[in-house]
Design a protein around this ligand. Structure first.
Ligand code: AMP
Length: 116
């Protein structure tokens, strides 16, 4: 389930600290250490999966759970009315730095489109 050396597995296992905002059996959400917006939360599965392109049909429920968790957190952080963005980077061209699937929940400012 966990991968040695993976920073997000270490956060999920409470081996290194993070500002946790939500947790259940499958999912952990915590503040991004380098926030790109007033609200910047990372939502991860506790199970180690490197990237979206590694997902299989059996991961459908888990991935859906990440999005529902993001919606609930957005409500709690009071950004649902102003709006927010959910970002999921896959691989190098998208800028994925941490190879453990994570949603970025970004809110509290206006975002541009197309993204950079
Ligand atoms: P990505 O570029 O999509 O892989 O995003 C990785 C994100 O993880 C970046 O926004 C980093 O700021 C964030 N990050 C890296 N290490 C930590 C950490 N220890 N705690 C919280 N966020 C982190």
């Amino acid at each position: 389930m966990s991968k040695a050396g993976c920073i997000f597995c270490k956060i999920a296992n409470k081996e290194i600290p993070a500002k946790i905002v939500f947790e259940n059996n499958q999912i952990l959400a915590f503040e991004d250490v380098r926030p790109q917006a007033p609200t910047h939360i990372l939502i991860i599965p506790k199970q180690h999966i490197e990237k979206i392109s590694d997902l299989t049909e059996s991961d459908t429920g888990m991935i859906g759970g990440l999005i529902v968790a993001a919606k609930d957190i957005a409500n709690k952080q009071a950004v649902e009315k102003s709006g927010y963005r959910i970002v999921l980077n896959c691989n190098k061209d998208a800028g994925q730095e941490v190879f453990h699937i994570h949603l970025h929940l970004l809110g509290g400012r206006k975002f541009t489109w197309p993204p950079g």
